[in-house]
Design a protein around this ligand. Sequence first.
Ligand SMILES: [Zn+2]
Length: 173
Amino acid sequence: MNFKAHLTGGVLVGFGCVAGATALGWLQPEQMNLDRPWGGPEGVKGLLLFTATLAMSLFPDLDQASKPQRWYYRAVFVLLVALFVGKQFPLFAAVTFFSLLPLTHKHRGWTHSWVAPLVVFGFWWGFLALHQQISVTPDWGALGGKLRADLPYLGAAWLGHSTHLLLDRFKAG
Ligand SMILES: [Zn+2]
């Protein structure tokens, strides 16, 4: 399938995830505070859930030379410059490692396998969680609790990724 089909699929499933999370009570839109940036913590939660779904529905095809791939690497380049100038070196290193991952295998290789959402979630969750803990004493119990609390993002990423695989079944791309 082409980029547009994956974009449409990702946006639709992203809204579906937000609606589903609201129905299940994980997301409480009435707690959103529109006076704060991004609607406060609850708004950020919803936005992250939507982004996780959409990003994972587009991620698999970054493994082939294409227009979206070029834009992705341009964006990564600009981000790396910003992180370098801002002296955010651990994040700089993480973005560098991560951005290479889709190129480490053939087209429709690991990015199109069921482990991809786990790899991406594991990479970023592990990095961000441990990075926040490094300056203080690591609290493994608290990390376990945080992991459980963040699992809905993995679920959303998995749904977005499955949408990609499903659309790919109709037409190669
Ligand atoms: Zn694909």
